[in-house]
Design a protein around this ligand. Structure first.
Ligand SMILES: Cc1cc2nc3c(=O)[nH]c(=O)nc-3n(C[C@H](O)[C@H](O)[C@H](O)COP(=O)(O)OP(=O)(O)OC[C@H]3O[C@@H](n4cnc5c(N)ncnc54)[C@H](O)[C@@H]3O)c2cc1C
Length: 395
């Protein structure tokens, strides 16, 4: 077993770290306070190849592997999770399905302009009645004279309303199956399509410098050829997309946990009480040790799931494990980082107060902890305990 990153993976990690620490971290406070989408930062990340890290080179992407992407995303999120989620939602949710299921024509028309990251692409699954129950989609699409006519709405869709967004892939009900369940199909909707509009952005607890909007479709027409993948395969495609997204949100969580740890260690060294640095008290040392252990475990889970994905092996259960553990470890890290800062950590100006606000969404977005625990349990119960265990040990 080899835990060393390859030269290429190390190069992406170091590039992301240098850029994040030099160009993102110093602006994170203002971006969060002003809820400002950082166009210049995203443009520079696109120029560096970070916004298309895993996307195919033939369409302008960087052609990196998933492990490299996770290492880079951790570094970006360590500086600011708003920028991290913008990168993640663009690569994993927006572009990855275009690359995986698109026809050559669709990739030429849509992926080519987004694979560099100069333009962004969004992923529209969630609706008022379809949250965790992603199959509860109410948005409909009917074929009429060679066009899909879409009606309905979506909610909280990341990267859907920036000045550089090129479009969104949405899931819509295109019929009812014999067993009464909905037939769900993925459709490509370019940004300027008539009948497609977006509502105002949201006031959020975290990810405040990222972009989310409600989407509205009123007799919105796209050509029949804008169907992504097979008719009726939409939910399966989107759930597969979310597997990759979950590993990425886990990497984002590790980055945020690491940022909490960085601040906590600095404070433990600097703050003196009873005539010594608080880091000399065993109570504080144990908090730091627990944080470090959990971050190490979470990072290993992320990298293992990413490695499985790179090998083309099943990774769905590991993706859920990484997502649950990393997001919850990040929450504990943010909580302890505030505790180590005492009252200063409660002040809005302190970095750890911002981290404490930002960390919660990681347990919700791209599948809540509850649904991910169910995925893990179902995958274990669906096979014999021996087979499940053998898989876990061998994979
Ligand atoms: C900032 C932000 C950005 C987002 N970006 C996107 C995006 O780009 N694209 C997109 O499509 N969506 C996006 N989402 C939506 C996100 O994926 C959903 O919020 C998430 O899937 C949970 O759905 P929900 O919020 O409706 O919660 P609900 O489904 O209403 O769940 C509420 C609670 O009930 C629990 N629960 C529900 N069902 C079960 C069950 N069967 N068993 C046990 N517990 C259950 C949940 O775990 C949760 O604790 C975004 C959300 C936010 C807040």
């Amino acid at each position: 077993m080899n835990f060393d990153p390859t030269d290429e993976q190390r190069r992406w990690r170091d590039l992301a770290r240098d850029f994040a620490q030099g160009a993102i971290l110093p602006r994170a406070v203002v971006l969060d306070r002003e809820q400002m989408f950082p166009y210049d930062i995203i443009a520079e990340m696109a120029r560096l190849g970070l916004m298309g890290l895993t996307l195919p080179e033939e369409y302008g992407g960087s052609g990196g592997d998933f492990v490299a992407y996770m290492l880079a995303l951790e570094e970006i999120s360590r500086a600011d999770t708003s920028v991290g989620i913008t990168m993640e939602a663009h690569i994993s949710l927006g572009c990855a399905p275009l690359a995986a299921y698109g026809t050559t024509e669709q990739k030429d028309e849509f992926l080519r302009r987004c694979a560099t990251g100069e333009r962004l692409w969004a992923f529209g699954l969630t609706e008022e009645e379809a949250g965790t129950d992603a199959g509860g989609t109410r948005t409909t699409a009917e074929l009429e004279g060679g066009e899909w006519v879409i009606n309905g709405s979506k909610k909280w869709i990341t990267n859907s309303g920036t000045d550089v967004t090129a479009g969104v892939t949405v899931i819509a009900r295109t019929g009812t199956r014999e067993n009464g369940r909905p037939e769900l199909t993925a459709l490509i909707v370019p940004q300027e399509t008539s009948g497609y509009t977006r509502g105002p952005g949201y006031e959020k607890l975290g990810w405040r410098a990222s972009d989310q909007h409600p989407l509205y479709f009123e007799d919105c027409r796209v050509p029949e050829e804008y169907m992504l993948g097979e008719r009726g395969a939409g939910l399966r495609q989107f759930l597969r997309t979310l597997d990759g997204g979950r590993v990425a949100v886990a990497a984002l969580s590790v980055g945020l946990a690491q940022a909490c740890f960085d601040e906590a260690v600095a404070r433990a060294r600097e703050r003196h009480q009873f005539g010594k640095a608080i880091g000399e008290f065993q109570a504080i040392q144990f908090k730091l040790a627990d944080m470090a252990m959990e971050i190490e475990l979470a990072r290993n889970l992320v990298l293992k799931a990413a490695w499985l994905k790179d090998q083309g092996r099943p990774f769905s259960r590991e993706a859920s494990m990484a997502k649950v553990f990393a997001s919850e470890a990040a929450k504990r890290a943010a909580d302890q980082a505030v505790q180590i800062h005492g009252g200063e950590g409660f002040m809005e100006g302190s970095a750890v107060a911002r981290y404490w606000r930002q960390v919660k969404i990681n347990e919700i977005g791209e599948g809540t902890s509850e649904i991910n625990r169910q995925i893990i349990a179902h995958s274990l119960l669906a096979e014999s305990a021996e087979a499940a265990k053998a898989k876990m040990v061998a994979q």
